[in-house]
Design a protein around this ligand. Structure first.
Ligand code: E4P
Length: 215
């Protein structure tokens, strides 16, 4: 499973990169707004820091607007993936960009049918939002299972990108189902590392070593 970092924060990107835990980055308007300043500069720095795919999202409503934005965003680097909304206009833009060989990420996917449409439009990545579904008492993981089944049934190559991740179980369950990628907030990556038995084991080793060596 590939790990993307769901952030526009440079410190988080550098930290995950140094641990070998970052295969790419996804941003969105909210994440860029959280960082403040000039989003273009922030996007340029992110694209310099990250070797893998970087999703940059369009905000236009029509396909024509989205395609104009995509033209600008692809200038940030060859590894830029154009993030498009799961709307009729977004699908038109997705098909057009796919035909031109531009990588796409169809976002705000909440149903298996939406995922099927995104795959038919040629999306490189399809982003089902599991956390937001769980928050409404719908099962985000059930959606991942359904999409996996549909894509396998028909040999769709679109990658399932588990998004709106809230906890380590979202990533683990996604991996068990066979989702291709999870985009993860840095705070959740930090939770993966920790285990109380690792901490108590380390404390015991350290105490025994002090007893043996006096250091
Ligand atoms: C993914 O690409 C999205 O930007 C992200 O996961 C959104 O999730 P959230 O706003 O529900 O956290």
């Amino acid at each position: 499973m590939e790990f993307f970092l769901d952030t526009a924060n440079i410190d988080e990107i550098r930290a995950a990169k140094s641990q070998g835990l970052m295969d790419g980055v996804t941003t969105n308007p909210t994440l860029l707004a959280r960082e403040g300043g000039d989003w273009r500069k922030q996007a340029a720095i992110i694209c310099m820091e990250v070797d893998g795919p970087v999703s940059l999202e369009v905000v236009g409503k029509t396909a024509a607007e989205m395609l104009m934005e995509a033209e600008y965003l692809t200038k940030f680097g060859n590894h830029v993936v154009i993030k498009l909304p799961m709307t009729t206009e977004g699908l038109i833009a997705c098909k057009t960009l796919t035909d031109k060989g531009v990588k796409t990420n169809v976002t705000l996917v909440f149903s298996p049918m939406q995922a099927l449409l995104a795959a038919k439009a040629g999306a490189t990545y399809v982003s089902p939002f599991v956390g937001r579904l769980d928050a409404l008492s719908h099962s985000g993981m059930e959606l991942i299972k359904q999409i996996r089944t549909i894509y396998d049934n028909y040999g769709f190559k679109s990658k399932i990108l588990v998004a709106s991740v809230r906890n380590p179980m979202h990533v683990l369950d996604g991996a068990l189902i066979g989702a291709d990628v999870a985009t993860i907030p840095y705070s959740v990556i930090e939770q993966f590392v920790k285990h109380p038995l690792t901490d108590s084991g380390l404390a015991a080793f350290s105490a025994d070593w002090t007893q043996l060596t006096g250091k």
